[in-house]
Design a protein around this ligand. Structure first.
Ligand SMILES: Cc1cc2nc3c(=O)[nH]c(=O)nc-3n(C[C@H](O)[C@H](O)[C@H](O)COP(=O)(O)OP(=O)(O)OC[C@H]3O[C@@H](n4cnc5c(N)ncnc54)[C@H](O)[C@@H]3O)c2cc1C
Length: 573
């Protein structure tokens, strides 16, 4: 049998060399992917005293939570994700992330400037907000207060389910039945009214929810934007109601109202850096430029068992537990040999929908934009999220363009200027602007050459859209980085360009995320776990899959120890 060594290091340079050559396990756990979920898992596992190694394909850690310097060292852009809300405060405290540089500036109001020179601002101050809404439609003031109340109530009911491990609905195994009972207990505060409201919300389009309630195009536009963020669906598509609710589940700390978002100091990469700092402080080994080419699986009499990983360069790392946080179609269709996986699991993963049509446009500018609607500089406006969607129909047209195979004529954009709050991102007087835009055809994820010219023209239109509400903006641009579906898939590993590793639709949620019977973060291979955004609790910088997989691994280790102590004959799975 070939000798299993943990790496290419020699006896002189590796303190575990002795273990390796004796055939002992090199690591207790190997984590595939150093995105934020991989880092959360590695930190928590290392804190338990386990020997953990993270293998990240890219030269940098963070995955989709990454800060980059595409314009040189003076500017830091939050390349992909840009605002944090869903990371549980308890995780921040447990890992002492603030000691490792984690700091969040609360986001200001939603600001929706319009080409006619007006703007709807959803101010945090209730009276100011009411006046702004009334300027568009007086009846919407009361309707918006009811909306906030209703969404807050439904968010509080669903919120606790986001953090848990879903039970295997439909399974009759005793452990699974107990977990189903646990879920029902968590839902006991749902009365008949709430049950119907929730069902309607998750199955509705965001248009179905906002059009009967609100009169003004402006308010409908702002509210429907959160139903389509990162989604291959327009506001009239069923299921966008849930996407909106998903974006309202988080909170910055224990006290901020549910749904608050904020900008991490140093961009989203600083969140990953804080997680990496915590992981290293507990002893985890974090390797970059270490693409995993294969997850090693042994066939045994009791089924397939994880044995470690083999890197692209041939290095073999042995471990009885492997956690993959890569996109499920990479993990299970490329890294694990098909013979080890049951056909229905493979079919679920092959059928996994992973489209977005998102393009990220990051800019450095030599001055702040001056909005026609707010010519006097207002720090609150600049520290908010600028929503470029004047109506729900605006969004629907942008989506319809992309469905028809062309990039949106009038792109929707969610725009932030984090350097207004965070002086570490740009030289004094200059700023970085993050434009999260939609939609281009999702098929551009596979088609670099056909998309290149059209992508640049699309980015021009996104910048022009901002210029239309803040004249002179286009002239202020010093540098531009455009990241389309092709780069999302081929550089960042986001297959199909989906920002959440898979669409947040009803058929891909909770017990169905990502495959029937495997929403509990286990897989058909014993010892192989999954904890990327395509698992429940994922879809955003939440850290929840990374945290929950550790609970699952520790539970299974305890169970295994008990099983070994039982006399043969009384052992059951
Ligand atoms: C444009 C954009 C904007 C977004 N905006 C927000 C936002 O503002 N707020 C928010 O909460 N969420 C946002 N998201 C979503 C969020 O960023 C992701 O859901 C989340 O970061 C995914 O984390 P992860 O750790 O599960 O996976 P990833 O970050 O994708 O990490 C997986 C890692 O695995 C690595 N990998 C893949 N294959 C291999 C291999 N064979 N070997 C080794 N490593 C491998 C990848 O390189 C990657 O680093 C956004 C995403 C995008 C793309």
């Amino acid at each position: 049998m070939a000798e299993i060594r943990c790496c290419a290091l020699t006896a002189a340079s590796c303190h575990r060399y002795g273990d390796c050559v004796q055939g002992a396990t090199a690591f207790d756990v190997i984590v595939v992917g150093g995105g934020h979920n991989g880092l959360v898992a590695s930190a928590l596992l290392a804190r338990e005293g386990l020997r953990v190694c993270v293998c990240e394909a890219r030269e940098v850690l963070g995955g989709a939570a990454v800060s980059e310097h595409p314009f040189g060292p003076d500017h830091t852009v939050t390349a992909l994700s840009y605002v944090v809300s869903l990371l549980p405060p308890s995780l921040v405290a447990d890992l002492q992330l603030e000691r490792h540089g984690y700091h969040v500036y609360p986001q200001g109001p939603y600001v929706a400037p319009r080409r006619d020179g007006r703007a709807l601002v959803l101010w945090q101050d209730a009276r100011r907000r009411a006046a702004a809404i009334a300027a568009f439609a007086p009846d919407d003031v009361e309707a918006y207060a009811r909306w906030r109340h209703d969404m807050g109530r439904l968010g509080r009911l669903v919120g606790p389910l986001l953090g848990g491990i879903p039970p295997a609905l439909g399974s009759h195994r005793p452990g699974d039945l107990a977990r189903q009972a646990w879920m029902l207990r968590r839902l006991r505060s749902i009365d008949a009214r709430a049950a119907v409201d929730l069902t309607r919300l998750v199955s509705s389009s965001i248009a179905d929810l906002v059009e009967p309630r609100f009169a003004s195009d402006a308010l409908r536009g702002v509210l429907s934007a959160s139903g389509v963020i990162g989604t291959w669906a327009g506001p009239r598509s069923a299921g966008t109601g849930y996407v909106m609710l998903h974006h309202h589940l988080g909170s910055l700390d224990g006290e901020t109202p549910s749904g608050a978002w904020g900008f991490p100091r140093g961009g989203m990469g600083a969140v990953s850096a804080a997680l990496a700092g915590a992981a290293r402080s507990f002893g985890a080994e974090l390797r970059t430029a270490s693409p995993v080419g294969r997850i090693d699986v042994r066939a045994t009499a009791s089924g397939p068992v994880a044995a470690g990983v083999t890197l692209d360069d041939g290095t073999r790392l042995a471990a009885p537990v492997v956690v993959t946080t890569a996109h499920p179609q990479l993990s299970f269709l490329r890294l694990v040999e098909r013979e080890h996986l049951p056909p229905d699991f493979v079919a679920d993963i092959e059928g996994w929908r992973s489209r977005s049509g998102v393009v990220k446009v990051n800019l450095a500018v030599d001055r702040l934009p001056v909005f026609t609607a707010h010519p006097d500089p207002d720090p609150a406006v600049y520290g908010g999220t600028i929503v470029l969607a004047e109506s729900l129909d605006d969004l629907e047209s942008a989506f319809t363009d992309a469905v028809s195979g062309r990039a949106a004529e009038l792109p929707f954009a969610d725009v932030c200027i984090p350097s207004v709050l965070d002086d570490s991102l740009a030289p004094a007087g200059q700023h970085v602007v993050s434009m999260f835009t939609q939609w281009v055809p999702h098929t551009w994820a596979q088609d670099q050459h056909a998309a290149a010219a059209a992508l640049a023209a699309y980015a021009d239109r996104a910048v022009a859209r901002m210029d239309a509400v803040a004249p002179g903006f286009a002239d202020s641009v010093l540098h531009r980085q455009v990241i389309g579906p092709y780069e999302l898939e081929h550089t960042y590993g986001l297959v199909g360009g989906n920002i959440f590793h898979g669409e947040l639709t009803l058929g891909q949620m909770f017990h169905a995320r990502p495959a029937a019977g495997y929403a509990d973060l286990r897989t058909p291979v014993r010892g192989l776990y999954q904890a990327g955004s395509a698992t429940h609790g994922g879809g955003g910088v939440t850290g929840i899959p990374g945290r929950n997989v550790v609970r699952q691994i520790l539970t299974d280790r305890r169970r295994e120890r008990w099983r070994r102590r039982l006399p043969v004959g009384r052992q059951s799975r």
